[in-house]
Design a protein around this ligand. Structure first.
Ligand code: BGC
Length: 732
């Protein structure tokens, strides 16, 4: 049952003021049996035009701001229902109270908990993005939601950002492609997705006030393309402004980002909403492109886009055309997602198909980082005892991380997954090993358990506690917490057959990494995590994930951490009330930095092993009408079926301007039986060779020689061919 928070007081009060309707008042009873706007066979724009003409000024304004934490007001006389928004992006969030962040205590607000965004990105499989979006969209519909707050596509600039787990990694092409698939899947279920946080919300430290300074080229080449892809190719209906400032103006009302780029250059037709309490100024909110203000930190009548806006309209400070433009965008989203129609997709919850999506995403997103002597997969037929060690073997993660947390229908922990899959013939013992504020006996008992078992499977890494992978704060360092480095050294000394599974985002890895034969990165694996992990460990599933971000050897190797506090976490000028962070590394984010500066990563972008091997051959470049197609062959040269993510990078040979050493310009996940080979094609348009020229306000594909590099990771590119771009082109 949905709860209906009390109607905002000022709305009922102001109706008494009987303000003049901006345009025509409500329908005349009987004169129009089926108003045009209610006729689902009419074009969206005609319906919007019709409806906007029926709204009073008060009603219009009521559509532009929240009336509870996650709703906007209904207009019953016109049959406009309350709009329900929900986080996002890993499933449909539990219900919170109308005015607080606390759980509402409902018992019917469970949902399927998908793996974290970074795990979805690690699948490099846009079809899975579509399936996940579609499952979440169906659950959103059943739970009565209209707008789902996700996906998040902020670029992983620093490994310390507390929300990296929610986002899709360090590369704009990968991130945008995965997110666009997700949005298409979700919106096909008659809900609107909300891509967030636009833009440059790349750290949680001082996120409400920090001002980001980034040069125009970097903005265009690194931080905006994923959003642009989601807008233009994903067709996303809503965009959430970020909390932070960009060039001295808050992103929720940033004229350049919202009016010039998003709505102007990209032609976005949907609505821009604020992040919760991310608005700071009425005039900017009115004029700079915001269409819907959310948050509860203010009383509803004092929302910047409520009474202050109405006052400004009455004094003539703001024009009515601007009001209608905002209303139009809100109505367009409602009508396009069938909010007003009887035939709206009804949705479904926790179906076997949704569970399967949760499982497929993690099965394809787990990354095998090391497998010396082919210790994995473990052969259960030959195994009698396993020591499972580590707090993350039993810890539930799905509810954590803050706004992206999910009240999961269930969550299969790694220990449960292993016990179930190992069956009764294998003796599985569990030892916690470490714990926040734990003592030495925990470690001693774990070492004893390690000694007496044939094989150890260690589950450690991070969790969603504040200060790790959690909204609202960044990590302080990249260390494994709770003394795990020392513990792991002791465990692997006690039993060299130690398999390490890390959950969470990236960490620095201590001296244990060398002797440990196998390492898996499992992110936050969602409610099917334990089953998927058991599947990978025992060989039912062949891992095929690839890193969506570079793992540095140490934090100080990361580009954002090479230029002092100005570049991270930002500094305050003598008279400034807020800090400024300057992206001094410019274009060289993630692998673009490590490759250009020749810094050896711990594990490179795009890297991930399999239980089989793949051979690349026969690269041919075939000119097309619009550019060039790379045609090549991949063969499964091992003895089990598996999937490989072929990655295409472009290296400009003699660029006239600074260019990263190479950049990802295409990828494809390919499934192959043992011995099977497939011809794969990846097509490039001139955009794949272009850089953004701030002087020309345009993308420029410069004529000249480019290397096309192909292979299974950014540092393993066996196929290379030269491509000559015949003429320089300016691209829009
Ligand atoms: C977060 C958003 C989230 C919103 C609503 C904000 O604090 O930054 O990502 O969608 O809250 O929960």
């Amino acid at each position: 049952m949905k709860r209906i928070p009390a109607a905002p007081l000022w709305l009922s009060a102001v109706t008494l003021l009987s303000l003049t309707a901006a345009t025509r008042p409500g329908p005349v009873r009987g004169a129009e049996p089926t108003p045009l706007y209610q006729d689902a066979t009419q074009p969206v724009e005609a319906r919007v035009d019709d409806l906007i003409g029926r709204l009073t000024l008060e009603e219009k304004i009521s559509l532009l701001h929240a009336d509870s934490k996650f709703t906007t007001a209904a207009i019953p006389r016109l049959g406009i229902p309350r709009r329900w928004l929900s986080d996002g992006p890993h499933g449909v969030r539990e219900d919170v109270g109308p005015d607080t962040w606390s759980n509402a205590g409902h018992t019917d607000d469970f949902s399927t908990a998908m793996p974290a965004g970074i795990c979805l990105a690690a699948t490099w499989n846009p079809e899975l993005g579509f399936s996940e979006g579609s499952a979440i969209g169906q659950e959103a519909r059943l739970r009565g939601k209209d707008i789902m707050l996700g996906p998040g596509v902020n670029i992983l600039r620093t490994p310390l950002c507390g929300r990296n787990f929610e986002y899709l990694g360090e590369d704009p092409l990968l991130s945008g492609t995965m997110a666009a698939g997700y949005v298409r899947g979700a919106q096909a279920q008659d809900i609107a997705s909300c891509v967030k946080h636009f833009a440059l919300n790349d750290q949680e430290y001082e996120r409400d006030s920090i001002n980001v300074e980034v040069d125009e080229r970097t903005l265009r080449e690194i931080y905006l393309p994923a959003f642009q892809t989601v807008v233009q190719s994903g067709g996303v209906w809503t965009v959430m402004g970020a909390y932070n400032q960009f060039r001295g103006q808050h992103c929720c009302h940033n004229d350049y980002l919202l009016n010039t780029i998003l709505k102007g250059e990209w032609g976005f037709q949907g609505l821009v909403m604020s992040d919760w309490a991310g608005v700071h100024d009425t005039k900017e909110a009115v004029l700079n492109g915001l269409d819907l203000e959310m948050g509860t930190e203010r009383k509803y009548d004092t929302f910047y886009l409520a009474k202050p806006y109405r006052d400004g309209l009455q004094t003539g400070e703001f024009g009515l055309a601007g009001l209608d433009e905002k209303v139009r965008r809100n109505l367009r989203v409602m009508i396009a997602t069938h909010v007003l129609d009887a035939q709206r997709k009804p949705g479904s919850l926790n179906t076997a198909a949704h569970q399967a999506v949760a499982r497929h995403v993690v099965e394809e997103g787990i990354v095998l980082l090391k497998n010396a002597g082919h210790i994995l997969p473990l052969d259960l037929a030959k195994l009698q005892s396993i020591a499972v060690i580590g707090e993350n073997a039993t810890r539930l993660h799905a509810h954590g991380g803050d706004s992206s947390g999910i009240k999961a229908f269930y969550e299969i922990t790694p220990l449960e997954g292993i016990v179930k899959r190992a069956g009764s013939k294998v003796n599985v013992v569990y030892s916690e090993g470490y714990r926040k504020g734990g003592d030495a006996t925990l470690a001693e008992r774990a070492v004893a358990a390690a000694k007496s078992a044939e094989v150890v499977i260690y589950f450690g890494g991070l969790n969603h506690d504040k200060g790790f992978d959690c909204e609202g704060a960044d990590r302080k360092d990249l260390q494994l917490p709770y003394g795990q480095d020392e513990l792991l050294e002791k465990i692997v000394a006690a039993n060299p057959r130690t398999i390490v599974v890390l959950e969470g985002t990236m960490v620095e890895m201590g001296a244990w990494l060398e002797p440990v034969p196998a390492l898996l990165q499992a992110w936050y694996p969602g409610m099917e995590g334990g089953s998927a992990l058991a599947g990978v460990l025992f060989g039912d599933v062949n891992p095929s994930g690839k890193l969506p971000a570079t793992f540095p050897k140490k934090l100080s190797d990361s580009p954002a951490h090479t230029f002092g506090p100005e570049a991270y976490p930002g500094v305050k000028g003598p008279n400034a009330s807020n800090g400024t962070v300057t992206y001094a590394e410019g274009l060289l984010v993630g692998y673009r930095w490590f490759d250009t500066k020749n810094v050896a990563p711990l594990f490179p972008f795009g890297f991930g092993l399999s239980y089989t091997t793949f051979a690349y051959s026969q690269l041919k470049l075939v000119p097309t009408e619009t550019g060039v197609t790379a045609e090549f062959t991949i063969k499964n040269t091992g003895s089990v079926a598996g999937a490989e993510v072929a990655q295409l990078y472009v290296h400009p040979e003699k660029p006239g301007v600074l260019r990263p050493e190479k950049e990802l310009k295409g990828f494809k996940k390919v499934w192959l039986q043992p011995g099977e080979q497939k011809t794969v094609t990846l097509s490039l348009t001139p955009q794949a060779f272009a850089f953004y020229s701030p002087e020309q306000k345009s993308w420029v594909a410069q004529s000249g020689a480019y290397q096309i590099l192909l292979g299974g990771s950014s540092r393993d590119l066996p196929l290379q061919a030269e491509y000559q771009l015949a003429r320089t082109q300016l691209l829009k």
